[in-house]
Design a protein around this ligand. Structure first.
Ligand SMILES: Nc1nc2c(c(=O)[nH]1)N[C@H]1C(S)=C(S)[C@@H](COP(=O)(O)OP(=O)(O)OC[C@H]3O[C@@H](n4cnc5c(=O)[nH]c(N)nc54)[C@H](O)[C@@H]3O)O[C@H]1N2
Ligand SMILES: Nc1nc2c(c(=O)[nH]1)N[C@H]1C(S)=C(S)[C@@H](COP(=O)(O)OP(=O)(O)OC[C@H]3O[C@@H](n4cnc5c(=O)[nH]c(N)nc54)[C@H](O)[C@@H]3O)O[C@H]1N2
Ligand code: SF4
Ligand SMILES: [Mo]
Length: 670
């Protein structure tokens, strides 16, 4: 049996897979301790789907015809060089993948930067980039501060805009153990979630009012002098600004804005403060708003007021995709070099450049993934190279994205399937799936884990690192002569002082390596003065508000057996059996008013477009509708971005209409 990292979520379970009998068993050690969710258990099924891409394809007219690897890579490289010659390197953009290994992400950002552009990004932009920006400001680092095991040591766990019972099922095991040891669980969401079934306190607030609630909790903590005075004095700055800033956010005022009763706010703030130690876990309910960065800052303030950091607490922005944390650490972001180092850090930049055999690297921030579509419309970006990402489904207002994809002079898609996005491509390159290659991945707790190869690449597919090595060579870039994935691992190890004396062998055999270390900020913060910053934030209104024409608030959410754009889960027969059809959640009184019954077909419309779905009544408060984000919600969502470049997936103004007869919109199912 070999250990393989689960290809789905960022919790980072390890699977044990036999090379002969290809059955999946849970790894007994860290981090999943003998547990897996159904997605992990059936992870091999999509690998053997008949839909897997097996040969490189090239568009000829309206047909996709097979070509050889040699011809494909030579033609792609020539087109890229031609476009660079005509329009400059920033006319080319690369999208990296949170589904591929550290080594593969490292190579793709190396290609982009050596090619001359920082136009390299990944789906972290759609996800937790607001957390990264907020954490950088507040504590100086941009990732989860503590390991999962710490969750069991704290007196309270505050879960905010995050629904692990559906999205990181194995986390629930940790939370249940924590609860058994006496920890209180508080859940804040806009609707009743499965996670709430395990909670001691359930706070249902109005969408987009999180800052008001967090500020009101801070108000109670400060007014009642429950904060950790010693910690605030010696290890933070900004206390007086926050004290002033939250003064007007009384629980009574917050009740009016958020809908959470003032007494509940007081009670929860006290319980959180008096627990003595605590974790805050959050997800897309905070980040996918125009106020994403500020939402996260408001919640971080609560931890800093109480000194819930290091030994006494942790900040847990729970990462989404299995290697989104690794993609970021490897530098597949348009504003950061590897290790979240800013592009302006000349010493580090020159060091990376010299390791790669060049003088210097581009210093201008590249385009965010979410800014690409306008840049393509304007003719600023002419070529796009996408690895393992499906923006034709996952980006906000995808009608506009699909229009942009059509306009490109060159679109290359490197994936394991003919995705919705690949349909627009000039070249489609077949990648090998996770278990057909080896490499390292980094989970949400920043644990780098080795994933072993258990099968041969299917057909003519190649591991992403092999394709990218060949592409680098075809582009004439220096240093692309890797013969094994381990050579790339050893190269990225050189960028991190903490990894300099660690070996690839150790990574392959042990329980993984935490980068930079297991627990952050026990003694210091990575800010210039070594202190954490309390930052006062005011409420920021959503980009569009409901009105007479579009009276509902629409949010988009995840379901346990579906995964993102469905390319993998919809090709897994066992998961298909477990899956229900995604349905729009509507409040019972709203439904009654509109004559909608459970199971009826309804049309949901926003200023961007409309979709049809069956209704499921209950689970959301009046005025809110929740649509599963899988697979067509983004016909509706708005592309208003926050400071970190993440769209407001969690708030649109919408209207509902009952349909007499139902037919799903074309992209409901494949
Ligand atoms: N089964 C499954 N698991 C997954 C995924 C999947 O698609 N399917 N995707 C993975 C990925 S990429 C990610 S990023 C994670 C995401 O994991 P989560 O963050 O847990 O996922 P979401 O369901 O998008 O959003 C979380 C919650 O935010 C709430 N919410 C919406 N608006 C607001 C608001 O204004 N305020 C507050 N406080 N809450 C709000 C929603 O009701 C929802 O319950 O899951 C990962 N795991
Ligand atoms: N409305 C709404 N929209 C959202 C969200 C939301 O909550 N609401 N959430 C956003 C978030 S948090 C995220 S992370 C994004 C996710 O958006 P995407 O990342 O676009 O979604 P996935 O379906 O995970 O796409 C992963 C792709 O990688 C491919 N793949 C898998 N393994 C490999 C491999 O080994 N090699 C290669 N080359 N390809 C591989 C898969 O076939 C698939 O096409 O969606 C965002 N969009
Ligand atoms: S919890 Fe996440 S990592 Fe674990 S098996 Fe499920 S999808 Fe895979
Ligand atoms: Mo995500």
């Amino acid at each position: 049996m070999k250990t393989v990292v689960c290809p789905y979520c960022g919790f980072g379970c390890k699977l044990l897979i036999g090379e002969e009998r290809r059955r999946v068993k849970p790894y007994p050690g860290e981090p999943n301790r003998g547990k897996l969710c159904p997605k992990g258990l059936y992870a091999l099924e999509f690998v053997f789907s008949k839909d897997r891409l097996k040969r490189p394809l090239k568009r000829v007219g309206s047909a996709m015809v097979p070509i050889s690897w040699g011809v494909a890579l030579e033609e792609i490289a020539n087109r890229l060089l031609e476009i660079r010659e005509l329009y400059g390197p920033d006319a080319v953009a690369f999208i990296a993948s949170s589904k591929i290994s550290n080594e593969e992400n490292y190579l793709l950002q190396k290609i982009a930067r050596l090619f001359g552009t920082n136009n390299i990004d990944n789906c972290a932009r759609l996800c937790h980039e607001a957390s990264v920006h907020a954490l950088k400001l507040a504590v100086g680092t941009g990732a989860q501060t503590n390991p999962y095991e710490d969750l069991e040591r704290f007196g309270v766990v505050l879960i905010w805009g995050y629904n692990p019972a559906e999205t990181h099922p194995v986390v629930m095991d940790y939370l249940l153990r924590a609860k058994r040891k006496g920890a209180k669980i508080i859940v804040v969401d806009v609707r009743e979630t499965r996670t709430m079934a395990f909670a001691d306190h359930r706070l249902i607030l109005k969408p987009g009012t999180d800052i008001v609630l967090a500020n009101a909790m801070a108000n109670v903590i400060i007014r009642e002098e429950l904060y950790d005075e010693e910690f605030v004095k010696t290890r933070t700055s900004g206390f007086s600004e926050v004290k002033m800033g939250v003064m007007k956010y009384t629980p009574e005022y917050a009740e009016k804005v958020t809908g959470v009763p003032a007494e509940t706010i007081r009670e929860v703030a006290r319980e959180f403060a008096l627990a003595g130690s605590g974790a805050i876990m959050w997800g897309m309910g905070l980040t996918q708003h125009v106020s994403g960065v500020e939402n996260v800052l408001a919640v971080i303030n609560l931890a800093l007021l109480l000194g819930y950091i290091g030994e006494k607490g942790g900040l847990y922005p729970m990462r989404g995709q299995n290697n989104v944390q690794g993609a970021a650490y490897m530098g597949a972001l348009s504003e950061f070099l590897p290790g979240y180092v800013p592009l302006t850090d000349e010493r580090f930049r020159k060091r990376v450049a010299s390791l790669w055999g060049v003088e210097d690297l581009p210093t201008e921030r590249g385009l965010y993934l979410t800014e690409l579509w306008e840049a393509i419309e304007n003719g600023d970006v002419r070529a796009l190279y996408i690895v393992g990402e499906n923006p034709a489904v996952s980006e906000a207002n995808f009608a506009r994205v699909r229009e942009a994809l059509r306009k490109l002079d060159l679109l290359v898609v490197q994936d394991i399937f003919m995705t919705r996005t690949a349909r627009y491509a000039h070249y489609v390159l077949p990648a090998s799936a996770f278990c057909e290659k080896s490499g390292s991945y980094m989970n949400s707790e920043r644990r780098i884990q080795w994933s072993h190869r258990v099968c041969q690449p299917l057909g003519d597919s190649k591991p992403d690192w092999e394709i990218l090595t060949a592409l680098g060579r075809a582009l004439g870039l220096p240093g692309f002569d890797y013969r094994s994935v381990e050579e790339i691992t050893a190269e990225y190890f050189k960028l991190f002082p903490e990894l300099e004396d660690r070996s690839v062998e150790e990574l392959k055999t042990g329980e993984g390596i935490f980068l930079p270390r297991k627990r952050l900020h026990t003694w210091e913060f990575a800010t210039p003065d070594g202190r954490a910053r309390l930052i006062a934030v005011e409420r920021i209104s959503p980009w569009e508000e409901p009105d007479g024409e579009f009276p509902f608030v629409l949010t988009t959410v995840r379901l346990i057996s579906h995964y993102n754009t469905g390319e993998m889960t919809l090709r897994s027969p066992s998961l298909l059996r477990l899956m229900g059809e995604p349905r729009v959640l509507i409040n019972r009184s709203d439904a009654e008013r509109l004559g909608i019954h459970d199971g009826d077909w309804v049309e949901i419309e926003t200023r961007r477009g409309k979709i049809r779905m069956r209704a499921k009544l209950g689970g959301v408060p009046e005025g809110l509708v929740a649509v599963p984000f899988h697979f067509k919600a983004n016909r509706l969502t708005s592309e208003a971005l926050n400071k970190a470049g993440t769209p407001e997936f969690k708030f649109s103004a919408a209207k509902l209409r009952k349909l007499r007869s139902g037919r799903p919109t074309p992209d409901t199912r494949r």
